[in-house]
Design a protein around this ligand. Structure first.
Ligand code: C2G
Length: 129
């Protein structure tokens, strides 16, 4: 069984996220999503989420491509996650191109093109009008 892991905030889940998750699942048989906690988002990514962690987790668990959702508490946990979950492939959007190449000694590292025309920031701006 080929195990894939990806990381993210996935706030205001949209079709760009779904495109990523669909392609991630195509890379293997089992997809783990490490979902950024509210604390991690605020402290390290300066992101204030519209939906809190539990709501974002609930949404992701309803996505057919996702097999397991775990919390992302910090930048450093990727090493441990890859080992603990016997991950074969780490995958993320190419806005992170090159940033996680240090994982290459532990697993395959894949950067996929983002869906260019949609973003959570843009959706939030639209909500504000
Ligand atoms: N994404 C995408 N297309 C978009 C928006 C997002 O393909 N239009 C992808 C991103 O490249 C990422 C995933 O969807 O792979 C989740 O995006 P974010 O929630 O913005 O994740 P981010 O804040 O970049 O967190 O440790 C890594 C970080 O947790 C990644």
């Amino acid at each position: 069984m080929k195990r894939v892991i990806t990381y993210g905030t996935f706030d205001l889940l949209h079709y760009g996220h779904i495109n990523l998750l669909r392609r991630a699942k195509q890379q293997g048989d089992y997809l783990i999503v490490a979902l950024s906690t509210d604390e991690f988002n605020w402290k390290y990514k300066q992101k204030k989420c519209f939906f809190d962690y539990e709501k974002r987790k609930h949404l992701l668990e309803a996505v057919r491509y996702v097999d397991l959702v775990i919390p992302e508490h910090n930048w450093e946990q990727k090493f441990d996650d890859v080992k603990m979950y016997h991950v074969d492939t780490f995958l993320i959007g190419d806005d992170w191109e090159g940033k996680f190449d240090f994982l290459k000694e532990y697993c395959e590292v894949v950067y996929l093109p983002r869906t260019p025309e949609v973003s959570t920031t843009q959706i939030k701006a639209g909500i504000k009008g």
